[in-house]
Design a protein around this ligand. Structure first.
Ligand SMILES: Cc1cc2nc3c(=O)[nH]c(=O)nc-3n(C[C@H](O)[C@H](O)[C@H](O)COP(=O)(O)O)c2cc1C
Length: 378
């Protein structure tokens, strides 16, 4: 197995994850909906933009810090929410929370985390947001908001691109369920992934710790089908904002009109996202959706670009086109699956180093100096 320190970039970590994790688990992280056009395009779309660097600006001191919803972050990126991290590595969300705090950024914890929101809140002093899927049971939603507020989460992230689950064909093809079940094929693949299998079988069972307490998770698809509130609409979002009464991010918007409506309703930030290509295939890449939303919203809300970010240059392109910050999940999930805390940490450090290096190469000393003049559309 490649050593983590030999992983120079996110693709190296992806390869390391594919070697360590069970195939069905790796595919759950790596895959997207339908023909995976959006999954691929999310990253590829960055190639349509070039960076016109400045020279002789004196770049001996680089400051990549930003302010996002009033919080100072040491880097212009944060960790997007991702479900059930215990599947990828026994250290699960604990590892990611620590790695995020180390680089001085926000960890957005998923509703469907395998460690409770209270435990993650206690684990580090780093800033944390709580991501919410909306369940049919309003009492459950209210209880979660109360718990997140009491635990000190500083913003609510409402994910809106997930009214139902997207069609991810790798999962049924692999016979993937949460928790995993084993037929002959899964057992053969388990032998091919001995480190993952040993850790998974010896560790505690996976559960959705925010929902089910000590009860093992039922199948994700079954749970989502039963509990997700597909009828949730703008009126319900208004109700939710009133219940939360704090900083709120709407995650999963690609249209300027939806972005405008969200701002009018009271959302403080918009995460331009298509769920990493896991929901509607052929939805636009966030980097392509960003300019029109930035034009529409101006400074009325803060914009986060989410999806496809793998390089420092991707981050700087997004900032130049109007994002306040970017977020990503797979980069740290590959790291986690490849090597627990050390791997998640490696992923975030690779990104942090890349931002600094690329800022210097662009002739930018602080993030406030970045503007549209640095980007050329090919
Ligand atoms: C394995 C996995 C699980 C995810 N779980 C959630 C989730 O629980 N809630 C959520 O809002 N988004 C979830 N997402 C979407 C991410 O938050 C994010 O929008 C997306 O992964 C961004 O694309 P990137 O991974 O290419 O950076 C998940 C993504 C992955 C890959």
């Amino acid at each position: 197995m490649a050593r983590l320190k030999d992983c120079l970039n996110i693709e190296d970590l992806r390869q390391a994850a594919s070697r360590r994790a069970h195939k069905m688990v790796f595919d759950y992280i790596d895959g997207g909906a339908d023909d995976e056009r959006t999954l691929v395009n999310n990253s590829r779309a960055f190639d349509r933009y070039d960076l016109a660097f400045k020279v002789l600006t004196g770049v001996d001191h680089i400051d990549p810090s930003i302010t996002l919803l009033g919080e100072r972050l040491d880097v212009p990126f944060l960790c997007s929410p991702a479900a059930g991290n215990r599947l990828f590595h026994t250290e699960g969300e604990r590892a990611v929370a620590k790695a995020a705090a180390d680089v001085g950024t926000i960890y957005a914890l998923s509703t469907l985390s395998s460690v409770s929101l209270e435990e993650i809140a206690e684990l580090t002093d780093g800033p944390k947001w709580f991501q919410l899927y909306v369940w049919k049971d309003r009492a459950l939603v209210k209880e979660m908001l109360d718990r997140a507020r009491a635990a000190g989460y500083t913003a609510l992230v409402l994910t809106v691109d997930f009214p139902i689950t997207g069609n991810r064909e790798r999962d049924p093809r692999n016979g993937f369920t949460i928790p995993p079940t084993y037929g002959v094929r899964q057992a053969i693949d388990a032998v091919r992934a001995p480190f993952w299998t040993r850790d998974f079988l010896l560790g505690p069972p996976i559960r959705y710790a925010n929902l089910s307490g000590d009860t093992p998770a039922v199948s994700l698809n079954q749970f989502v089908a039963e509990q997700l509130h597909a009828g949730f609409d703008w009126k319900d979002a208004e109700w939710l904002l009133g219940e939360w009464n704090g900083n709120a991010v709407i995650k999963g918007v690609v249209r300027p009109d939806d972005a405008r409506r969200a701002v009018e309703l009271g959302f403080d930030a918009i995460s331009i996202s298509n769920h990493g290509g896991r929901q509607l295939d052929h939805s636009p890449a966030p980097i392509d959706a960003l300019p029109a939303i930035a034009d529409e919203i101006g400074s009325d809300a803060e914009l986060i670009l989410d999806g496809g970010v793998r390089r420092g240059t991707d981050i700087l392109k997004a900032l130049a086109l109007g994002a306040r910050a970017v977020s990503f999940a797979r980069p740290y999930l590959y790291g986690l699956a490849a090597g627990g805390y050390a791997g998640a940490s490696r992923a975030l450090q690779i990104m942090a180093d890349a931002v600094r290096r690329d800022m210097a190469l662009m002739g930018i000393r602080s993030v406030s100096e970045i503007d549209a003049s640095f980007v050329r559309t090919r």
